[in-house]
Design a protein around this ligand. Sequence first.
Ligand code: CP
Length: 315
Amino acid sequence: MGALSTKHLLGIKQLNQADIELIFSTADNFKEVINRPIKKVPSLRDITIANLFFENSTRTKLSFELAEKRLSADVVNFSAAASSVSKGETLIDTVNNILAMKVDMVVMRHPNPGAPIFLSKHIKANIINAGDGAHEHPTQALLDAYSIREKLGDVKGKKVAIVGDILHSRVALSNIYCLQKLGAEVMVCGPPTLIPKHIQSLGVKVEFSLDKALEWSDICMMLRIQLERQGSDRSVKYFPSLREYHQLYGLTSERLKKVKRSPVIMHPGPINRGVEISSELADSENSIILNQVENGVAIRMAVLYLLASEHENEE
Ligand code: CP
């Protein structure tokens, strides 16, 4: 078994292709484990993991917790809303207090971009970024690429269109890095107001017409409009209305019939049915949305297992 080139999973940017392939081959083994009648292995029996969620999550939080329990780790959960963060405690003080309880690894979601990188410079535990603001969401991109590999045999040479609110999306940035490292071509598509300026410098194509993006792509990754990152009063308007957004950028059967295409459909969740995608297509046979969720557990088991091995080697 090989080792990752890094002690932390802060972003896909810091991984190399060999790291990603090692995570995938390790996830293959764990996928086999979680489909057995007895789904648990003792791999992380002496490891304690803290899940620190300073921002809401359903899929990522449950998926990490399940992955940790399947590996027999001891797990503590922290959510900012129910903590002393509301009393003014700093991030480092909060985390150091948790680490004083002998925690080995930290899984952290935080609204501020760079928070896990900052933390990794100040504490000894392995840090896994579970999403930091609009920066990166590395395990989401890993499970997305793994799901493409599972569905189409390989990621290399595939054409992936990422559609929607690219500007506020950590999923988009992590996927751009991950898919390109694995040899895919990436296009971003959305209203000009939701496409970051200079994104071409990352080597992606930019398309403002969803029909053209669909004509080009093998895989269509639909993203949610992140109203919560667009300012609480929505004083900056990125598009006139959700209805108009759906008309221009919503994925529907009618649109696919018009362009005569049937791409693989992905979505990281949570889905806004009837906005970025119709209910019918979200549940269609070309959709691998639930496969993405299932693969998330195996990918997170692989990441935790590989980083814990690194942690043991260092001691
Ligand atoms: N895909 C994703 O990160 O979902 P959650 O926000 O529910 O974790």
